[in-house]
Design a protein around this ligand. Structure first.
Ligand SMILES: Cc1cc2nc3c(=O)[nH]c(=O)nc-3n(C[C@H](O)[C@H](O)[C@H](O)COP(=O)(O)OP(=O)(O)OC[C@H]3O[C@@H](n4cnc5c(N)ncnc54)[C@H](O)[C@@H]3O)c2cc1C
Length: 389
């Protein structure tokens, strides 16, 4: 197979700054050299290559938009988007690892934390010395996190946490968990050390999607944390939802990366594969699949780029992200399904990447708000009427 050549049908590279392209290419090379050689074995084993965490820290992809004084790189949101695109071109599990760390752990500490919390945790999280996870979803409350049953009760100056979280990315490999719990005063966020007494993170096994990513339950049984563990500057569901807006932004770029990987593979495979005495790429039906994919990916790239520029200009609002996450995940899943077929039987082996991306996208279209929940959010924005219940 030919080396990776990214589809750029509308010459969108012209729209990026030199710095943005430089960061993208650096991350692309790292993914090619360090991640691609191990992705198949980890996906098959259902593990994440944890030994790469310090390298990811050195690469600067954990919380790159966080200011330098806290260990971030103060990069633009578009640069961060390109980072997510390149990571997910490798695997959705890799982008998820980085998204959780940056958008769901570093972001809430940065946006809602005290100065002491920021100084204590952000540099360690940026370097990969510490890994974090984000506990919002519960067994009975996924799309409707406002119904959460996990509680936080005051006991003197301490808080006592009880409850169960589910589907938590990096749960079993983290040093801290951002746990959202219901207190008397409303939903609050806590930085919980995972070695706290009463805290455990049993792994959720047997996934057939996002296998190169560790997923766990979080069990909290009378976990005692000091007052200083609470994120002081946010209260209510807007806390976790604000984090999700950040993470969904990365997903809308990442989903493009996954689709780009599938397109590149199907294009080069179809040019090499001979059927009925000529290259598969010379037949009309595969050409239609490639033409559809190239068009859909290009539209997804435009959407991500526009939302990214709006984010950098301070104009992005949650409904923009609802549209971009919804569209780009659906696009990426459809692209992977259509192009997996171009690979024939080879398409179902892990020797090729498209089938792995196809399976991964089933998680990505579900987490951080399902496709249908984003549909309802857009509908609510357009009509002013909520159809959630
Ligand atoms: C691999 C993976 C990793 C994850 N990582 C994390 C993580 O790190 N942290 C975390 O907190 N969570 C995480 N999640 C959880 C994820 O965010 C939830 O699974 C997601 O929000 C959907 O919730 P649910 O699974 O409970 O589905 P449900 O809410 O039960 O939804 C089931 C179906 O019902 C539909 N539905 C729900 N409500 C409505 C409605 N009002 N109207 C119409 N249709 C509706 C949904 O669209 C969906 O099709 C992860 C999930 C996966 C799969």
């Amino acid at each position: 197979m030919e080396p990776y050549r990214q589809l750029d049908f509308l010459q969108l590279d012209d729209q990026f700054t030199e710095e943005e392209l430089m960061v993208r290419d650096t991350v692309r090379s790292w993914v090619n050299e360090r991640f691609m050689p191990v992705v198949m074995e980890h996906w098959e084993a259902g593990t994440f290559p944890m030994e790469l965490a310090p390298e990811l820290g050195e690469l600067g992809v954990f919380g790159p938009t966080i200011p330098e004084e806290y260990g971030g790189a103060g990069m633009s949101s578009v640069t961060y988007g390109l980072i997510c695109q390149e990571l997910e071109r490798g695997d959705s599990g890799l982008r998820s690892f980085v998204s959780v760390q940056g958008s769901l752990v570093m972001y809430p500490i940065f946006a809602y934390g005290s100065e002491e919390q920021k100084r204590e945790w952000l540099p360690k999280l940026a370097s990969g010395e510490a890994i974090g996870c984000f506990g919002l979803t519960e067994p009975d409350f996924g799309s409707n996190p406002g119904g959460m049953l996990t509680t936080a009760k005051k006991d003197g100056d301490d808080w006592i946490l009880n409850g169960r979280k589910m589907w938590i990315t990096n749960g079993g490999v983290s040093q801290i968990a951002i746990v959202w719990a219901r207190a008397e005063e409303g939903i609050r966020g806590f930085i919980v050390p995972t070695d706290a007494k009463g805290f455990s993170a049993p792994e959720q096994k047997h996934k057939w999607s996002l296998r190169a990513s560790m997923t766990s339950e979080l069990v909290l049984e009378d976990v005692r944390v000091p007052a200083s563990a609470m994120l002081p500057n946010v209260r209510g569901l807007k806390g976790p939802l604000g984090c999700l807006t950040q993470a969904r932004y990365g997903i809308c770029w990442g989903a493009v990366g996954s689709a780009l990987a599938c397109f590149d593979e199907a294009l080069s495979y179809s040019k090499e594969r001979i059927v009925f005495d000529k290259p598969l790429a010379g037949f009309q039906i595969p050409q239609k699949k490639l033409a559809d994919a190239a068009t859909d990916i290009t539209l997804g790239q435009l959407l991500a780029l526009r939302v990214g520029r709006m984010k950098d200009a301070g104009k992005m609002e949650p409904h923009h992200i609802n549209m971009a996450k919804r569209n780009n995940c659906a696009m990426s899943l459809k692209t992977a399904r259509d192009l997996r077929d171009v690979l024939g039987a080879n398409g179902i082996t892990l020797e090729y990447h498209t089938g792995r991306h196809m399976c991964n996208m089933e998680s990505v279209i579900t987490y951080e708000g399902t496709h249908d929940i984003h549909t309802l959010a857009i509908g609510q924005h357009l009509t002013g009427l909520a159809a959630f219940r």
